[in-house]
Write a protein that binds this ligand. Structure first.
Ligand code: KG4
Ligand code: ZN
Length: 346
């Protein structure tokens, strides 16, 4: 039975976990940095890197202790090597390199996005390739066809903001604090989703890409008008965002060829309204729908360890840990064409 130690430090969650080849999360610890970043209304890269550096070593020791194992019992160490905030990625990767070299354990460089993309397979043993994946987090918003490990076809990306970013900005406009997604979801539950007329950017376009900047501006205008209750703005925003996602997915699903399962992953996949709408869409297409439990949607190290288990089974680790370098950008589908009007996002 393979056992992999996973390390995650690409954004504002410091995390370590042990996962085995039977999909068992043997131990895991996670520390969010919400308190450190809250005063700034968003993640400050230098603060994040420093917090990872302070917390990671004791956390890894703690996870090994929780499981009652040592590094010698691990078949590999899997660490996020990108994409993400480079300072944090380097803290995790350098720690992993040191541990790998000291214990003579193979080191596997994990693409954080692949961690999200495979997380539904950790939660659902029945989930086989290929599947349609909606990957929605704070930094990414993509529709992919996942044909296998390392085999991704990107059908859609965002030309401006990611979906999680749109939730975070809406939260900021409404004064709900940081991080915004869960706060918007909670407030939306008490509001009327039809109260505020908001745009659905890109809906009707034949290309499956996303855009959320216009929706955010409309939320800002609705808020500044003083005419609407915050809960109605939150509910109307959430519904507009969901409508965009479903419309974009319809286009992408038609273009991707037959797949049996629709899968969602990434932090926004924790949102119950998003999940419910996707389940309905899957039903309309006679597809199965699966989503990881919410704690595996937001950043965590179990998904990184699991990607390591899958990579290990494919023998995909680099022979020398020192050959691995941190990558601030690392697209899942390097062949995907750049999108007209798009910013710098992978
Ligand atoms: O995957 P993740 O933890 O980090 C990145 O890789 O970006 O995703 C974080 C994003 C944030 O934008 C957060 O506001 C959003 O996921 N999020 C949610 C919910 N939980 C987290 N958005 C909507 N509803 C939620 N319940
Ligand atoms: Zn993430």
């Amino acid at each position: 039975m393979k056992l992999v130690l996973g390390i995650e430090s690409s954004c504002d969650e410091t995390a370590a976990a042990l996962v085995d080849g039977n999909r068992r999360i043997v131990a895991q610890r996670i520390a969010s940095q919400d308190e450190e970043h809250a005063p700034f209304g968003g993640v400050v890269p230098e603060i994040a890197a420093r917090a990872h550096a302070e917390r990671l070593a004791p956390m890894i020791a703690g996870v090994l202790e929780d499981a009652g194992v040592t590094l010698d019992d691990c078949d590999a160490i899997a660490a996020t090597a990108g994409p993400g905030l480079i300072g944090g990625v380097m803290v995790g990767l350098v720690s992993a390199k040191a541990l790998a070299m000291a214990s003579d354990t193979p080191l596997i460089a994990i693409n954080h996005l692949e961690g999200h993309a495979l997380s539904p397979r950790l939660a659902d043993a029945e989930l086989a390739f290929p599947y349609a994946l909606l990957l929605v987090s704070g930094g990414h918003c993509q529709i992919l066809r996942v044909d296998g490990l390392g085999r991704y076809r990107r059908l859609a990306t965002t030309i401006d903001d990611a979906l999680g970013e749109a939730f975070d900005k809406t939260a900021k406009i409404l004064g709900l604090g940081f991080p915004g997604g869960p706060a918007v979801e909670r407030l939306a539950a008490t509001g009327d989703a039809k109260a505020v007329l908001l745009p659905r950017p890109m809906v009707g376009s034949g290309e499956p890409h996303f855009s959320f900047a216009g929706l955010k501006s409309a939320v800002m205008r609705a808020h500044e008008s003083g005419k609407y209750a915050p809960e109605d703005i939150a509910a109307s925003f959430q519904q507009a965002a969901v409508d965009c996602v479903i419309d974009r997915l319809r286009i992408a699903l038609a273009a991707m060829g037959p797949v049996e399962t629709l899968v969602v992953a990434g932090g926004v996949a924790a949102n119950a309204t998003v999940r419910a709408a996707l389940e309905t869409l899957a039903g309309e297409h006679s597809m199965r729908f699966t989503a990881p439990p919410p704690r595996l949607c937001t950043d965590n190290a179990a998904m990184i360890a699991w990607a390591g288990v899958e990579r290990l089974q494919m023998d995909g680790f680099a022979p020398d840990p020192l050959d691995i370098s941190a990558r601030p950008r690392w697209p899942l589908d390097p062949e995907a064409e750049p999108v007209r009007g798009a910013g710098v996002k992978a």
